[in-house]
Every structure is written in structure tokens, then in C-alpha cells.
Design a protein around this ligand. Structure first.
Ligand code: ADP
Ligand code: ADP
Length: 234
């Protein structure tokens, strides 16, 4: 059975007369997939992400993640958003450990194995090119560096599902392509299931194996594609 299953979901903001953000949404994501969701601004991409992560509960239809209907925030998911939201009073490393503190089943493990998790965070920082920056505060990092740190935070608890909402949006072209490779390797090596939301078609084709195209008003998926050609892999 699919890791994520969205069945006939409607999501409306602001009460019964509010904006119908997505309507009749159907989507299945298999374990190990690398999916991209593309579409114009306002078509409901972020709404889709929030439905899968349990930050929004739909008015009708069902979202199932790992065999369970989503009725509250889902703990097996790692998330990285366009605007890095790090706590300014914590160091980068302490920010990266945050998901472990929030999820109860990780909290005990964090207390017991603090040293291991710190090492893991440091390893992730190295992977994204931020070796040695763990002790800096977020405001001491550039926008691009914060994005990378954000990615580390999404990965620290080894999520089964990684949700990326325009995580490369604010980056310069070089940093972006560097991070693309980090993500692609991550998918190839660890087999983590990834859903990437982007309005950049080139990005979606470079990274994903399956592409869902959305249209707006109300948001729905109008087509689904398998990327048909072998992409260059180093
Ligand atoms: P995208 O991520 O593709 O830009 P969103 O999911 O953010 O699209 O938005 C889909 C639609 O829902 C848009 O019309 C947007 O204006 C509306 N919307 C999103 N969030 C809210 C909200 N909190 N309150 C009211 N309307 C919202
Ligand atoms: P980015 O391209 O990631 O947004 P910048 O162009 O702002 O980064 O910075 C370029 C480089 O300068 C970074 O990759 C990093 O090596 C270094 N740098 C930026 N901010 C800091 C900082 N606060 N402390 C140390 N080095 C920094």
C-alpha cells in the first residue's frame, strides 16, 4: 500500500464561504518515490503539504500516511519550508535538534543519546557544506546557509517522508544546484521518500521521478508524469 494516500480531499480556508484551496484532490505516493508537485502560485501546493503533514485537517476526504488517517501533526515527517524558521536564541546545532525535542518518542532517546545526536547533527551539517557552523546563531548565517541548516533539521530524526516546500527558493543558482545534489544523493543512498513542492519545472525534472502538475481555483492535480529519461548521475 502507498506511503501517502490522498483520497478526494477538499480543503477550504475561513469557514464554509471561504476559499476552496484544493478540491477533489487525489494522490498516491509509494515508499521510496521522489515526487515533485508543480504549479502556479496559489494552486494549493502548500496546502497539500500541510494536509500530508497534518498541519491542516481537510473538511472532506481522507489523508492516510503510513497506514494511519492523518488527524494531527505526523511525527514521521521531516519538513523544510521556503522561509527558514530557526529560533534566534538557539545555536544552529540546537535548532537542528529541535524535532527530537518536540516528538515525545524521540525525547527520551535524545536525553539518553545526546552525544550521538550531536554527532549526527554535525555530520548532517558537513553534508550540506556547513561543517563547523553548528555553534553559530541563525542570524550569523546567510540566507542560503539557514536553508541548508533547515534541511539538516528536517533530516535529524530520520523521517520516512521528507516534505520540501520550495526549500531552494531564496538561494542563488550555485547554492541551489549544490543542494539539489545533496537531496538527490540522499534519495539515492537512503531511499527516503520525498515530496518536493516547486514552481520551477527544471528543478522538478532534475530531481524527481514523478511529477504532479496542479492548476488553481480550486487547486487540483491535472496531470501526472513519470520522468522518462535517465538523468545524469555522477
Ligand atoms: P501555493 O502553495 O500553490 O501558492 P497555497 O496552498 O498557499 O498555494 O494556497 C492555495 C489557495 O488557498 C490560494 O488561493 C490561497 O490564497 C488560499 N489560502 C492559503 N492559505 C490560506 C489561509 N490561511 N487563509 C485563507 N486562504 C488561504
Ligand atoms: P549563501 O550563498 O549561502 O547565501 P553568502 O553569499 O551570504 O552565502 O556567503 C558566501 C560564503 O561566505 C558562505 O558560503 C560562507 O562560507 C561565508 N559566510 C557567510 N556568512 C558567514 C558567517 N556568518 N560566518 C562565516 N562565514 C560566512
Amino acid at each position: 500500500s502507498p506511503l501517502v494516500s490522498i483520497d478526494n480531499v477538499d480543503m477550504r480556508y475561513g469557514g464554509p464561504d471561504g476559499t476552496l484551496a484544493v478540491a477533489g484532490l487525489n494522490m498516491k505516493i509509494a515508499k521510496g518515490d521522489f515526487c515533485a508537485v508543480v504549479g502556479p502560485s496559489g494552486c494549493g501546493k502548500s496546502t497539500l503539504m500541510k494536509l500530508v503533514t497534518g498541519l491542516h485537517i481537510p473538511q472532506s476526504g481522507v489523508v492516510i500516511v503510513a497506514g494511519r488517517q492523518v488527524t494531527e501533526p505526523v511525527s514521521i515527517v521531516g519538513m523544510a519550508f521556503q522561509n527558514p524558521t530557526m529560533l534566534p536564541w538557539r545555536t544552529t546545532l540546537e535548532n537542528i535538534l529541535l524535532p527530537l525535542e518536540i516528538v515525545e518518542r524521540h525525547r527520551k532517546r535524545l536525553r539518553r543519546h545526546k552525544r550521538e545526536y550531536v554527532e549526527k547533527a554535525e555530520h548532517l551539517l558537513e553534508t550540506v557544506g556547513l561543517k563547523g557552523f553548528g555553534s553559530k546563531f541563525p542570524w550569523q548565517l546567510s540566507g542560503g546557509m539557514q536553508q541548508r541548516a533547515n534541511l539538516c533539521r528536517a533530516l535529524i530524526h530520520e523521517p520516512d517522508l521528507l516534505m520540501l516546500d520550495e526549500p531552494f527558493g531564496a538561494l542563488d543558482a550555485f547554492t541551489r544546484e549544490e543542494l539539489w545534489c545533496v537531496i538527490r544523493d540522499l534519495h539515492a543512498e537512503q531511499g527516503v521518500t520525498i515530496v518536493l513542492v516547486t514552481h520551477d519545472l527544471r528543478e522538478s525534472v532534475f530531481l524527481a521521478d514523478r511529477i504532479f502538475v496542479m492548476s488553481a481555483r480550486p487547486g487540483r492535480i491535472i496531470s501526472e508524469h513519470t520522468v522518462p529519461f535517465a538523468r545524469p548521475r555522477e
